[in-house]
Design a protein around this ligand. Structure first.
Ligand SMILES: CC(C)(COP(=O)(O)OP(=O)(O)OC[C@H]1O[C@@H](n2cnc3c(N)ncnc32)[C@H](O)[C@@H]1OP(=O)(O)O)[C@@H](O)C(=O)NCCC(=O)NCCS
Length: 130
């Protein structure tokens, strides 16, 4: 998972400690679907689901989606994204969102658009608290 986070572009200090991975896996609102060959993790998608008053229901978010650099273009990312959407539907979510950098290759290739996601005009406002 740490190696894949690096492939996702989060380099430098190790973001995913055993503690944070374990925290996500145990979190009642989070699920992680993994594509694996034996014990080798080829890719994963992390999804969280939480209630929103404004939606009068649940909102799902694709928090992280990554496939190892050597295994891209084989359909693994598509299967992981389909698993995320199927999970959101099974949970009766009203919506599934993903926040993505416009500089990413997958954005430029229209990866999410090819899978029926529609870009909306929402600004992300942030305070970095680290
Ligand atoms: C986005 C990502 C998850 C897609 O995973 P994937 O397993 O390569 O996805 P698929 O094979 O299902 O589809 C990839 C698409 O790009 C094409 N592609 C081919 N080679 C590729 C490559 N080396 N890298 C990326 N895409 C490639 C595929 O042909 C496909 O396009 P198509 O549907 O028009 O044929 C993966 O490229 C990745 O991990 N990127 C870096 C992290 C990222 O951008 N994550 C999403 C934002 S959070």
């Amino acid at each position: 998972m740490r190696r894949l986070l690096k492939d996702l572009g989060y380099t430098g200090e190790s973001r995913a400690t055993d503690e944070t991975v374990s925290h996500v896996l145990k979190h009642p609102e989070a699920v992680v679907f993994v594509a694996a060959a034996g014990l080798d993790v080829l890719g994963y998608v992390a999804v969280s689901v939480r209630p929103q008053m404004r939606l009068a229901g649940l909102l799902a978010s694709v928090d992280e989606l990554v496939v190892g650099t050597t295994r891209r273009g084989e359909g693994i990312g598509t299967k992981l994204l389909e698993a995320a959407v199927a999970h959101a539907k099974n949970m009766h979510c009203k919506r599934i969102d993903v926040l993505q950098s416009r500089a990413r290759e997958s954005y430029l290739r229209g990866f999410y658009q090819k899978h029926h996601f529609v870009e909306v005009d929402t600004a992300v406002m942030r305070i970095d608290l680290t």
